[in-house]
Design a protein around this ligand. Structure first.
Ligand code: ADP
Length: 219
């Protein structure tokens, strides 16, 4: 079942942005931070906020944290606090615990103490930005495996007015256009007759190499 109630512990830059977005998406969010000023600031955005030290098991218990579907430990700099909080959350029986790690070792420890999902926002964002810097038309991508990627590419002027049949990406580059996002809507599973206009967003699936060759050819 999809979680509906989230607790975000540590409302720094990452935690506060995550918590606000979950509320925007329509979920109930409890935000916890030991810093009163930060909590006061976030109170207007989140469903509930509490000033508390998450290393205090009794406090977390009294907040009924075990009834939350998912708790995110967004404490970064204080690695000890991050790990202790994760252990307490698992001990209290929170179903899904997500932990933010600043380093590979931090992540490994979080995994060892039973965190269900470890995220590395800074490392992952660095990789993402590097890809976008070297490929200016790449808007976003998901790595399906080491080899395969789904990429969102902005259609260049060179492609404008061309149908998928004319582009013939599968035969020429090996990659397939699985959707075209146009100003007036998305075409899912486009046909050979669908036409690309400049600035449309093409969703392309293929190997990293195929997508790169396609991108270079249309630049
Ligand atoms: P970011 O890089 O995302 O800003 P930080 O690690 O700098 O992350 O901030 C984490 C937040 O976690 C801070 O607001 C800090 O007050 C809070 N925090 C740190 N330790 C605890 C703790 N034991 N209990 C509750 N909040 C904590």
């Amino acid at each position: 079942m999809k979680p509906s109630q989230y607790a975000v512990i540590g409302l720094g830059r990452f935690g506060s942005s995550l918590a606000k977005e979950l509320v925007e998406l329509g979920y109930e969010v409890l935000g916890i931070d030991k810093n009163e000023e930060i909590v006061d600031e976030m109170d207007a955005y989140l469903t509930h906020t509490v000033v508390a030290d998450s290393n205090d098991e009794e406090v977390l218990r009294s907040l009924g944290i075990r009834n939350f579907d998912c708790a995110v430990v967004a404490i970064g700099d204080d690695i000890q606090a991050s790990i202790l909080t994760a252990i307490i959350l698992k001990d209290l029986g929170v179903k899904k615990v997500v932990g933010k790690a600043l380093s590979a070792l931090h992540g490994k420890v979080l995994e060892r103490v039973g965190v269900d999902r470890v995220i590395y926002p800074e490392r992952d964002m660095g990789v993402r930005v590097a890809h976008q810097l070297v490929s200016p038309n790449l808007l976003d991508y998901i790595e399906l495996s080491k080899e395969y990627t789904i990429a969102e590419l902005s259609a260049t002027r060179k492609l404008s007015g061309k149908s998928l049949k004319e582009l013939d990406t599968r035969a020429r580059f090996g990659c397939s256009v699985v959707a075209i996002n146009k100003k007036d809507g998305v075409i899912i599973a486009p046909t050979a007759e669908d036409v690309v206009q400049e600035n449309d967003i093409m969703v392309v699936i293929g190997t990293n190499e195929q997508i790169e060759t396609f991108e270079n050819a249309v630049n």
